[in-house]
Ligand binder design. Structure first.
Ligand code: HEM
Length: 278
């Protein structure tokens, strides 16, 4: 066959002196410059990479949750399902990251552990923001951000605004289900507590999904998010146990004991209770 091969790599763009190329568009120099191990330990590179990648996924989750919540607040139910599905998929990526990190043995970790002092994921602003948007609210968890007024202000504002679950409950009420004013006007700075009237409202939805399809789909999607959140927490805990055992955490908590306790956090209580009562 003669003539130019349309699939030839030689036809690809080669000159980027005047146009934006891949590396420039993605600012890869900046991205790689952020990767700064403080020791020569081989596994510190892996440790930093998994944290960086996790932070990027957490940022994406914040973005998607924020959009979904804006839509829910406007009474829209179908578009948020797309955003929440993306959250669920991103959570799967976050959870998969433990598989790579688990290849680091305790001895590998000890080669650089002392070098990062008191730094800990406990101080991850993106993680705290995800938790706050989902409804896990404790003002004390904002403590590590006191030295960053901009970050603190963002977390504090989210702590005083409705969570995704508060918005779902407002939607239940807007669709005519009985959600008490005490729930709709609750102190938003506190985590949610199971309420019998909210359980009764979800029971109405779950007993007749066809009639309440949009609310049913939303509830099941929220449950997917909490399910995945628990998986991430559980895999974090087991990774921590196999890496540092029962030693205290670099962030100052008891370590595994603390992580075991937060495993019991329930974000959307009535969505779990409804199963028991059906
Ligand atoms: C071998 C690696 C790791 C170890 C040994 C470890 C250890 C710990 C420990 C002991 C805590 C409790 C707080 C404290 O430090 O006192 C913690 C919290 C936390 N870590 Fe990790 N971690 C590891 C990897 C990661 C990675 C890759 C991420 C990804 C972002 C992460 C995110 C977090 C978050 C968000 C918290 C706060 C959890 C909460 O308060 O609910 N950790 N970690």
């Amino acid at each position: 066959m003669s003539g130019p091969d349309p699939d030839s790599a030689a036809r690809a763009h080669m000159d980027f002196t005047r146009s934006l190329g891949y590396g420039e568009y993605l600012h890869l120099d900046t991205l790689q410059a952020a990767h700064q191990p403080v020791t020569a330990a081989h596994d510190e590179h892996l440790f930093i990479t998994v944290h960086h990648v996790s932070e990027l996924w957490l940022d994406l989750i914040v973005r998607e949750l924020t959009l979904a919540m804006t839509q829910l607040a406007a009474g829209i139910t179908d578009a948020p399902l797309k955003g929440l599905t993306r959250v669920v998929r991103a959570q799967e990526q976050l959870t998969q990251a433990w598989e790579v990190l688990k290849t680091m043995t305790p001895a590998d970790y000890l080669q650089f552990r002392d070098a990062f002092g008191q730094a800990s994921g406990f101080q991850s602003a993106a993680y705290r923001l995800v938790e706050i948007l989902l409804g896990n609210r404790h003002a004390t968890l904002l403590g590590p951000f006191a030295h960053r007024p901009d970050v603190h202000a963002r977390l504090d504002a989210a702590l005083r605004a409705p969570s995704v679950y508060d918005l779902a409950l407002r939607l239940l009420a807007a669709r005519g289900l009985d959600v008490p004013a005490a729930v709709l006007e609750r102190d938003l700075t506190q985590p949610p507590a199971s309420h019998p009237a909210v359980l009764a409202a979800w029971l109405t939805v779950y007993r007749d999904p066809v009639t309440h399809w949009e609310l049913y789909e939303l509830a099941e999607k929220l449950l997917d998010v909490e399910d995945n959140f628990r998986r991430w927490r559980f895999n974090h805990l087991t990774t921590v146990q196999r890496t540092i055992g029962m030693k205290g955490g670099s962030g100052g908590t008891s370590g595994s004991g603390y992580l075991q306790r937060v495993l019991g956090v329930v974000l959307f209580p009535e969505l779990w209770d409804v199963r028991t009562n059906l």
